[in-house]
Design a protein around this ligand. Structure first.
Ligand SMILES: Nc1ncnc2c1ncn2[C@@H]1O[C@H](COP(=O)(O)OP(=O)(O)OP(=O)(O)O)[C@@H](O)[C@H]1O
Ligand SMILES: [Mg+2]
Length: 294
């Protein structure tokens, strides 16, 4: 079956809303389902995750996930609502530290260094591994200040001229410069939704990240703004490594090189994106992408 047909079917059926818990739990308890199917490991990874478990209090949200992120790839994470995509994504820059009841075990390395090591300062870590959220969240400041704020607090430069260069360069990389160059002193909150999301991407880019995490960055955007942000993600891959959570399988197919399918806190399958959508190796992945749950 052609990839477009499979994805259209899945989107039509509203995948993720019809999980038959018993069936899935039974499938997950089979011995051969305890290991991730596919290619979780890559040569020369930028990020390495090994045996990652995440708990909210007593409740386990992520179970034994091992996964690498390659340099200059867009890795898409898909799966039903509540399967742990955001939880896992937030482990990659220790955003879960902000949730009191959240506990993370296992190893997550960035360029070989364990980001959970006691010696790691989370402030520079979150610049190195930036994040763009579902809902555009510009600061209540000018467009210029939204982008300049990060470089200032991270001490990237003391020079006003250099700061201007960073702001211009970041807005260009985020594909927003031409639309805002004549009104940098106006509030970021006055931009359209799609422009605000690109402003948030410029803000992440301004602190010279290595990895950018995106949690459903287009879900609050209309189709035209979504297409602009998708094109941008493809361009950003040249400079950065991107991990993106999306519910939109067409989007995963358009922009990612590998796709990871999560289910009930487990990483079921990760493979090249075209393979996941045309020839999934695990029955649960196939059920999800064809909309055949239960
Ligand atoms: N702050 C929290 N406190 C307690 N439980 C949480 C918290 N955040 C998430 N969870 C639980 O962890 C599990 C995974 O949630 P998560 O938000 O990671 O799922 P998701 O795959 O991103 O879902 P969605 O597609 O709806 O965004 C869910 O059972 C959720 O209820
Ligand atoms: Mg989520």
């Amino acid at each position: 079956m052609a990839m477009d047909t499979v994805i259209d079917m899945a989107d039509t059926f509203g995948v993720g809303k019809q999980v038959h818990e018993q069936e899935v739990t039974k499938a997950l308890s089979r011995e051969d389902d305890s290991q991730t199917v596919g290619a979780p490991f890559v040569d020369a990874p930028r990020m390495v995750c090994r045996d990652v478990n995440v708990y909210y209090g007593e409740k386990q949200a992520i179970s034994n996930v091992s996964l690498d992120v390659a340099e200059h790839e867009v890795l898409a994470m898909i799966g039903p609502s509540g399967c742990g995509k955001s939880t896992f994504l937030r482990c990659l820059n220790r955003m879960n530290d902000t949730v009191d009841i959240c506990r993370v075990t296992g190893e997550i390395l960035l360029d070989g260094r364990n980001i959970y090591d006691k010696s790691v300062d989370v402030v520079p870590l979150r610049a190195q591994v930036g994040m763009v959220f579902q809902k555009p969240n510009p600061f209540p400041k000018s467009i210029f200040e939204n982008v300049a704020y990060g470089p200032k607090i991270h001490g990237l430069t003391n020079s006003r001229f250099e700061l201007q260069d960073i702001v211009e360069d970041s807005l260009k990389k985020a594909g927003l410069w031409d639309e805002v160059s004549d009104r940098l002193d106006q509030p970021g909150t006055g931009l359209s939704g799609g422009q605000q999301q690109r402003l948030c991407i410029a803000r992440a880019v301004a602190v010279r990240p290595e990895v950018i995490l995106m949690d459903e960055p287009c879900s609050a955007l209309d189709p035209i703004a979504t297409a602009t942000v998708e094109d941008l993600i493809t361009e950003l891959r040249e400079h950065y490594t991107i991990v993106i959570v999306t519910h939109n399988m067409q989007q995963a197919a358009r922009i990612s090189q590998r796709t990871a399918y999560f289910h009930l806190g487990r990483l079921i399958e990760v493979n090249p994106t075209d393979q996941v959508f045309t020839n999934p190796r695990h029955r649960l992945t196939e059920d999800y992408i064809t909309g055949r749950f239960g």
